[in-house]
Design a protein around this ligand. Structure first.
Ligand SMILES: [Ca+2]
Length: 573
C-alpha cells in the first residue's frame, strides 16, 4: 500500500504539475506525455553484497567511500533500514516489494516442494522493472540476479532478468564466484566469458569494474536511444561477498591499515557512529567475536580485511563513474539513487581451512569455456589451481578465501550476529537516498524503521506507475511496503509491523519493540530505542508485549506460507 497522497501531489507540484493532481480546471496547459516522461525521475537502485552496517565511511567505517559519502551528504541516510539476512531472499523481496516467501524464495534457490519455497520467482509477483515499464520507464540491470534455480545455459530462462522486465542485462544469474571469472556471467540471455565478450574488453577483467562499466554504458546508450524517457537501473554488486578478490593496486592502498586488530576498529567505529548520530550514546556494544592477541597468522588475517576494504573501495569508485555519467548527461538532479546492502557481514568460513589434498593439474580454459561452479574452488582461466587456506594471501585470481567471523563482527559494529541471523547484525543495512530537491534536508538521518519491501512502493510512488493487480493474466499480490517518500520530506512512515524468517531465525519489529529468535532458541524481546544492540532481554519482564508480537508473527507466517525449519522436502502437488 502506498500511504502518501501528499507525496504524489507534492511531487507533481514540485515538477510544476500541481494543478494536475489537485483537479485542474479546464483551459490550463497540460504537459504532454513526453514532457511528463522527461520530468519523471530516473531511479538507480544500487545494492552491495555481504557487507556490515558500519563498513562505509558515512556509516562510521574507515574504508574509503567518498562517492557514497558524497551521496549521503547530499541525501538522506536511514539508520534503521532492514534486509532479510541473506542474498536470494533479499533480492526476491527487493525486486517484488513482497516478503520473500510470497515471491517463492522462502529460503534459497532450491525447490523445497511448496509454493513459498520453489527457489524461483513466482507469477504472483512483479519485479520493479515490470511495474515501471508501463509508466514509460526503460529498464536495465547489471550484476547479481540470484532469484531463480534455473541457471543452466540451455535450461529454462523464464526467470532471467530479460524475462522479468529488464531490457538489458549484464551480470551473473547465480550468487557468488570468482571476480576474475564469474560463474554464470551473461549478457542478456547468453552466457559469456571474460575472454569471449566482444562488447567489453578491459585490460584486466574484474567483476566489480565490469558491473560499473556496463551500467555506465547503459546510461550512455539510454541517452543515445531514448533521451525522452526515464529509466530504472538496478546495479547489484557482488562486492564484498567471498572470495576476497581485489586488484593488487587497490589492496596496496590498505596495506597495514588493519594491523591494530578487531577491537581497535570496533571501538573506532562505535565512537564515530555515535558522533554521527547513527546510534545512541547510551547503547552498549555487542560482544567481541575474536581476540587479536590470539591470532596466529596476523599478516594473513589483516590481509583478508585489506582485500575486503579494497573490494568496497573499488565498488565506490565504480558508483562514482555511474554518478559522473549521470552528471555528464545532465540528469543527476532528476535521478533518485538508492544504495543499500543485502545482508550483514558474513561469518562463513569459505576457504579459511587448509586444503584437504594436493591441487589437481589443470589445462588453460578455452575462450568459450565456462567456469562450472562457484564452490569448491577450481582453476583460473590460464590453468592455475585456485588455492585456499592461511598459507595463501587472498586477493589474486588463484585464491578463494573469506574474511571470516571476526572481521564480520567488526563490519557489523555495534550489533550482534551475522548474515543468516535476524538479530541486528544480520539484517541492518545502510540506506542512502539521494534526490536533490526532494530530500528536504541534505545530509540528514531518518530513524524510521524501513525494509526492502518499501523500495517497490517508493519506486511506484515517485514514478507515477500503477502497481498492477493482474499481470500477464496472473493475479498479483498487493505490495507489502510503504513509500519512503514521506521520509524524504521529514515525515514519518506510520505504524506497522515488519517481519523476518530465515532458516528458522524469526523476528518482528513494531515501533520500538522487537522480538527475535535464533534458531532453535526461544523468543527474546528488546526495546530498540533503549537497546538496539540487543543486550538486555525483556521477555520475562514484559510477557504481554512478547505475546502480542508473537501473535503478529504467527499470523504473518501463516499468511506468507512460512514453514518450520529445517525444511523437509514436500512432495510436489
Ligand atoms: Ca549477500
Amino acid at each position: 500500500m502506498v500511504t502518501s497522497n501528499w507525496t504524489r501531489r507534492d511531487f507533481l507540484k514540485a515538477l510544476g504539475f500541481g494543478a494536475v493532481a489537485a483537479g485542474m480546471p479546464a483551459g490550463r496547459i497540460v504537459p504532454s506525455a513526453s514532457a511528463q516522461n522527461r520530468r519523471k525521475p530516473n531511479i538507480v537502485l544500487i545494492m552491495s553484497d555481504d557487507m556490515g552496517f558500519s563498513d562505509i565511511g558515512c556509516y562510521g567505517g574507515e574504508i574509503h567511500t567518498p562517492t557514497l559519502d558524497h551521496l549521503a551528504a547530499g541525501g538522506l541516510r536511514f539508520t534503521q533500514f532492514y534486509n532479510t539476512a541473506r542474498c536470494c531472499p533479499t533480492r526476491a523481496s527487493l525486486m517484488t516489494g513482497l516478503y520473500q516467501h510470497q515471491a517463492g524464495i522462502g529460503h534459497m534457490t532450491g525447490d523445497s516442494g511448496s509454493d513459498s519455497y520453489r527457489g524461483d520467482l513466482n507469477r504472483r509477483c512483479v519485479t520493479i522493472a515490470e511495474a515501471l515499464r508501463p509508466a514509460g520507464y526503460r529498464t536495465y540491470m547489471t550484476g547479481k540476479w540470484h532469484v531463480t534455480r534455473f541457471t543452466d545455459r540451455n535450461g529454462p530462462k523464464h526467470n532471467w532478468p530479460l524475462q522479468r522486465g529488464y531490457e538489458k542485462f549484464y551480470g551473473t544469474i547465480t550468487g557468488a564466484g570468482s571476480f576474475y571469472d564469474p560463474t554464470t556471467l551473461c549478457r542478456d540471455n547468453t552466457y559469456i566469458t571474460p575472454d569471449n565478450d566482444p562488447q567489453y574488453k578491459p585490460d584486466t577483467f574484474y567483476y566489480t569494474d565490469a558491473i560499473s562499466d556496463n551500467a555506465t554504458q547503459y546510461i550512455r546508450e539510454h541517452y543515445d536511444e531514448s533521451p525522452e524517457k526515464p529509466f530504472f537501473m538496478y546495479v547489484a554488486f557482488t562486492a564484498a561477498h567471498w572470495p576476497m578478490h581485489a586488484l593488487e593496486k587497490d589492496i596496496a592502498k590498505y596495506k597495514g591499515k588493519f594491523d591494530k586488530g578487531y577491537r581497535y576498529y570496533r571501538r573506532q567505529r562505535f565512537r564515530r557512529m555515535k558522533e554521527m548520530g547513527l546510534i545512541r550514546e547510551d547503547w552498549d556494544m555487542s560482544e567481541r567475536a575474536g581476540d587479536w592477541e590470539k591470532v596466529e597468522n596476523k599478516e594473513w588475517e589483516a590481509r583478508c580485511m585489506e582485500v575486503y576494504a579494497a573490494m568496497i573501495d573499488s565498488m565506490d569508485r565504480g558508483i562514482g563513474r555511474i554518478v559522473a555519467e549521470l552528471k555528464k548527461q545532465g540528469v543527476f538532479d532528476n535521478t533518485l539513487i538508492f544504495f543499500l546492502q543485502d545482508n550483514g557481514g558474513c561469518a562463513e568460513g569459505m576457504g579459511r581451512g587448509k586444503p584437504r589434498k594436493p591441487y589437481p593439474k589443470y589445462e588453460p580454459m578455452g575462450p568459450d569455456e565456462l567456469q562450472p561452479h562457484i564452490w569448491p574452488p577450481m582453476q583460473t582461466r590460464d590453468g592455475r589451481p585456485v588455492r585456499v587456506g592461511p598459507e595463501v594471501m587472498p586477493g589474486p585470481a588463484d585464491t578463494y578465501i573469506a574474511y571470516g567471523r571476526n572481521w564480520a563482527n567488526v563490519s557489523n559494529t555495534p550489533f550482534r550476529l551475522y548474515k543468516h541471523w535476524v538479530h541486528e547484525g544480520g539484517i541492518s543495512t545502510p540506506l542512502i537516498c539521494h534526490w536533490p530537491g526532494h530530500i528536504k534536508t541534505p545530509g540528514s538521518l531518518c530513524h524510521e524503521p524501513g525494509h526492502l519491501i518499501d523500495i517497490m512502493a517508493t519506486c511506484v510512488d515517485v514514478s507515477g506507475a500503477t502497481y498492477p493487480s493482474t499481470y500477464k493474466g496472473h493475479e498479483i499480490q498487493p505490495m507489502e511496503g510503504v513509500s519512503l517518500a514521506p521520509a524524504f520530506g521529514g515525515r514519518g512512515l506510520g505504524d506497522r509491523a515488519i517481519y523476518w524468517e530465515h532458516e528458522g531465525n524469526r523476528a518482528v519489529r513494531r515501533g520500538k519493540w522487537k522480538i527475535v529468535s535464533k534458531h532453535p532458541g526461544g523468543w527474546e524481546l528488546y526495546d530498540m530505542e533503549a537497546d538496539r544492540t540487543e543486550l538486555h532481554d525483556l521477555a520475562s519482564t514484559h510477557p504481554e508485549k512478547l505475546n502480542e508480537l508473537k501473535s503478529l508473527y504467527e499470523a504473518w507466517a501463516k499468511r506468507c506460507g512460512v514453514r518450520p525449519w529445517p525444511l523437509r522436502k514436500k512432495k510436489k502437488t
